[in-house]
Design a protein around this ligand. Structure first.
Ligand code: SAM
Length: 232
């Protein structure tokens, strides 16, 4: 069998997948994650799904190259439409997309009854993490792990959730309920950058000829939150 060298990001995601589980990797692209999990004996079965023909072909080719066609099913489909309750999925990974898209995929999956309620959700939004947390809280999913780390000058967050009732404050949804508690160095680094970005946007909004008071208020509120959180 071939070996796959995973990025730190995908390796971290893999570390939250329990052993001997059935995985659905939505938006799998190259299928590195399910292939790695299968080659290392972590999972027993996987569905690798893609919505676009090109990445779908790439996923198929990678699975074939690794002789894993009997263990990893590659499916073409939009989000969670690619999986069914009969698949008895234990873990769903949705990684490398924006938070809004991840929340939309989860919402559509819920509407179309593709979530069995027992699965662990491992979500890695590239941006817009708060949209994912809102969706989880509003649909009775409880976050039980959060991770933040840097790879190649990019900061990533991972959110792991399971069915359960939880209430998160506005600030917990914004920063992450665990991340705001732990406050790792990389958390400070992320929010220092976010503070600079927001100040720049607010500055240009204040100078704009057409005022956008609502947006300015939101930015000012977030700036105040970030300044408070950054105080060591
Ligand atoms: N998950 C991999 C990772 O984290 O390395 C690939 C990330 S790649 C940047 C995002 C992939 O998600 C693309 O291949 C894209 O085609 C796929 N995608 C986007 N929207 C999707 C949807 N609604 N359903 C399934 N796949 C989707």
């Amino acid at each position: 069998m071939n070996e796959i060298q995973l990025s730190k990001r995908l390796e971290k995601i893999a570390s939250y997948i329990p052993k001997k589980t059935r995985l659905a990797d939505i938006g799998s692209d190259h299928a590195y994650l399910p292939i790695f999990c299968m080659l290392t004996g972590k999972i027993s079965y996987a569905i690798a799904s893609e919505v676009i023909e090109g990445p779908f072909e790439k996923t198929l080719a990678q699975v074939d190259k690794n002789d894993l066609k009997s263990y990893i099913e590659v499916r073409l489909g939009n989000g969670l439409e690619a999986i069914f309750l009969d698949d008895e999925i234990d873990v769903i990974t949705i990684a490398g997309m924006g938070g809004i898209l991840i929340a939309e995929i989860l919402e559509m999956g819920l509407q179309k009854k593709r979530l069995n309620g027992k699965e662990r959700l491992i979500l890695q939004p590239n941006i817009g993490e708060s949209y994912v947390r809102y969706w989880l809280m509003n649909n009775d999913y409880q976050i039980f792990v959060e991770d933040i780390f840097e790879e190649k000058q990019k900061i990533y967050e991972i959110i792991v959730a399971q069915k359960g009732i939880a209430y998160y404050s506005e600030q917990e949804l914004f920063f992450g309920p665990f991340l705001i508690e732990e406050k790792k160095e990389v958390f400070y680094k992320k929010w220092e950058c976010e503070l600079i970005n927001r100040r720049k946007i607010l500055n240009s909004l204040e100078k704009a000829t057409i005022p956008n008071q609502k947006k300015e208020e939101v930015l000012q509120k977030e700036i105040n939150w970030i300044k408070k959180v950054l105080k060591k």
